[in-house]
Design a protein. Structure first.
Length: 121
């Protein structure tokens, strides 16, 4: 899977995803200083699923003038967001048969919630 991990995503989780064979850009090292909107545009341009702990991406993706077509956003909801707590959610995400592109999703211990990306009105 082609992923773009937000800068707040823990390094051990990014490392595990890479070790598991996923193509992962990490905003902290690969796109340092980029604004959230720029990261979302990059994900769309490179057909990557943006993974984040930042709730702002949910709203930002919903408010886009153009819907996501090649990218998706996955918000992981867990507190505290330690690598140990994120591990089962990230594993459920990568093992899922869901179609992540074109969707804005939230993954929590309660399951997966998905919304189809549509243009903002």
């Amino acid at each position: 899977m082609r992923l773009l991990a937000d800068e707040n995503f823990p390094k051990p989780v990014v490392d595990w995803l890479r070790h598991s064979g996923h193509d992962v850009l990490w905003a902290r090292t690969d796109c340092a200083g980029s604004k959230d909107s720029e990261l979302l545009d990059l994900a769309e341009a490179e057909a990557r699923v943006l993974v984040t702990l930042d709730k702002d991406f949910w709203q930002l993706a919903l408010q886009r003038r153009r819907p996501l077509v090649r990218a998706g956003v996955v918000l992981f909801r867990i507190h505290p967001a330690t690598p140990e707590n994120l591990d089962p959610l990230v594993r459920a995400f990568v093992e899922s048969s869901q179609e992540w592109p074109r969707h804005i999703s939230a993954v929590s211990s309660d399951g997966i919630q998905m919304v189809l990306s549509k243009p903002a009105r």
